[in-house]
Design a protein around this ligand. Structure first.
Ligand code: NI
Length: 182
């Protein structure tokens, strides 16, 4: 496995809609290697999610994981060609960061819960519901597949902060969520 280079905001791949992963590609060793490398890269960078465009690959694929122990631990998910259906309800604002926008945090509204229809890494269809922090990660990563960055979703850019300042002035009273970038 290998840690891949993460592209940063300004690279056009982050603004291009990604293409569905072809079924033929999913059967190949190169796809399995890409998934493994994305997982290793996410872990190496201390992120909780990573989408294929962030490593320069224009495919509808992302991985997510919140390593434990802790109440927010989320097992590794590999999400291929997802379709999201938000559940009705008021959007929830919370802090986000992004490995492709290093060092920034901002408040982003997201749906509290979404239903996900997707393929797993072996091409098997699955359907599940995610909520809370996992739903936030899923929506953030799915946005990457449409060329959308969390900055685009912010209602008010005045919450934007560099990590050190955010940690110093915001985190003390606001909990530890989204300390790790998506
Ligand atoms: Ni991101």
């Amino acid at each position: 496995m290998a840690v891949l280079e993460i592209v940063r905001m300004g690279h056009p791949v982050l603004r291009a809609p990604a293409a569905p992963v072809p079924a033929s590609a999913m059967r190949g060793a190169a796809f399995a290697r890409l998934v493994d490398d994305m997982v290793e890269t996410m872990r190496a960078e201390g992120g909780v999610g990573l989408a294929a465009p962030q490593v320069g690959i224009g495919w509808r694929l992302f991985v997510l994981e919140v390593s434990g122990p802790g109440p927010e631990a989320i097992p590794l998910r590999v999400v291929v060609n997802p379709e999201l259906t938000p559940e009705p309800g008021e959007p929830v604002e919370d802090w986000e960061g992004c490995l492709s926008i290093p060092d920034l945090r901002g408040l982003v509204p997201r749906h509290h819960a979404v239903r996900v229809r997707a393929l797993d890494r072996h091409g098997a269809p699955s359907e599940y519901r995610v909520e809370g922090f996992e739903a936030r990660i899923v929506q953030h990563e799915n946005d990457h597949l449409d060329g959308v960055l969390f900055l685009d979703r912010m209602r008010d850019l005045r919450s934007l902060a560099f990590y050190d300042e955010w940690h110093r002035y915001v985190l003390g009273s606001a909990g530890s969520r989204a300390e790790r970038p998506e």
